[in-house]
Ligand binder design. Sequence first.
Ligand SMILES: *[C@@H]1O[C@H](CO)[C@@H](O)[C@H](O)[C@H]1NC(C)=O
Ligand SMILES: *[C@@H]1O[C@H](CO)[C@@H](O)[C@H](O)[C@H]1NC(C)=O
Ligand SMILES: *[C@@H]1O[C@H](CO)[C@@H](O)[C@H](O)[C@H]1NC(C)=O
Length: 382
Amino acid sequence: MIMAFKLAMEGFIVLCLVISSMDVLGAIASGVLQPPPIYVLGDSTLDVGNNNFLPGPSVPRAKMYYGIDSPGVPAGRYSNGFNVADFIAKSMGFLSSPPPYLMLAPSTGLLVSTALETGVNYASGGSGILDVTNAWQQIIPLSKQVQYFNDTRAKMVAAVGSAAADALLARSVFLISVANNDLSGFTIWELMQNRSAAQQPSDAAAFLAYLISNYSATITELYAMGARKFAIVNAALIGCTPAARVVSQPLGACAEGVNLLAAGFNVALRSLLATDLAPRLPGLVYSLADSFVLMKDFFADPPAWGFTNIASACCGDGFLLAQSACMPTSKVCPTRYERDQHIFWDPFHFSQRASFLTAQAFYDGPSKYTTPINFMQLAQSI
Ligand SMILES: *[C@@H]1O[C@H](CO)[C@@H](O)[C@H](O)[C@H]1NC(C)=O
Ligand SMILES: *[C@@H]1O[C@H](CO)[C@@H](O)[C@H](O)[C@H]1NC(C)=O
Ligand SMILES: *[C@@H]1O[C@H](CO)[C@@H](O)[C@H](O)[C@H]1NC(C)=O
């Protein structure tokens, strides 16, 4: 269990099972001695093990060979090592992402003390903005993650009082990356419905509007629960994953249809935050990170980022190692060196190194990757 965490300059405090309200109030009164907690919501790009605690055979889990590079065993992350949630938490001064909610939930004491000190990670691989997205896999949709956060908050309030809980949540970072599974699902839905190309634009517009209105309601709900600082990752260039390339025409190229859909979502998300939510919700601050443009930059000049392989997975089977999931019988890039040179670890997900570069770009990288401020400025804002 990752219970150790770094406190800037003040040495280390032993994590007690129950932290008294005095400690929390003391920490708040004496200024910002430690990084603000991080509450993480979203999909497999941020999941650090929640899915491993879910029952049922259809749940997607990150087992062997996941985690091959760090921590050396599968730790429920969809990566050969750490993921973006970990590297953002590291940038903020923690050792890794806060632990998964489902690991903490059985013990109220552990849940509350962790929530107060580091935050909690609710992300679930396969999940989307909508409950229907990948519902057959019995993952944790965003709406349920928000309920889990609300339950956590109620327990924090019971432990330290609402004033201290609200003060802590107001300076906490809410890191969210979701929508990629909804957007991928739309294409599948369209294919299944045999929709003609002529029907797709209006279908797509209605679908995006629905996604955005639900996302807006979700962010507003989190705000009502005390969240103020939002670090939001937009939709990725999902048509260029190895998984998308092996079903696209021409074979091996990026699937431009789903990229267009993601681009449309990103325009709407940007406008939602800037012209609707920020003006309407007093005290809300946000950083919107551009995963889409960052991936475009990876593909435009791979050597500049240290990549030699941009299209193939490192664990899987068949063409581009993307025609089956990464599992114990898969082919795997044999060396750490090779894995570091791939953008993708499995047919859908970044390698550890691509995750590191992503977190770096979002935390304090070039200004084109975040708007209107970067994650560092967000974390340090009052
Ligand atoms: C978003 O939609 C889901 C159904 O897909 C629903 O359960 C949830 O309550 C909605 N969220 C909000 C905040 O309205
Ligand atoms: C959050 O929990 C509180 C109780 O702590 C409850 O009153 C409220 O209705 C919940 N909000 C949502 C949106 O579930
Ligand atoms: C789409 O077309 C296939 C093949 O023609 C057919 O089997 C399937 O039922 C169709 N789906 C729908 C939703 O109409």
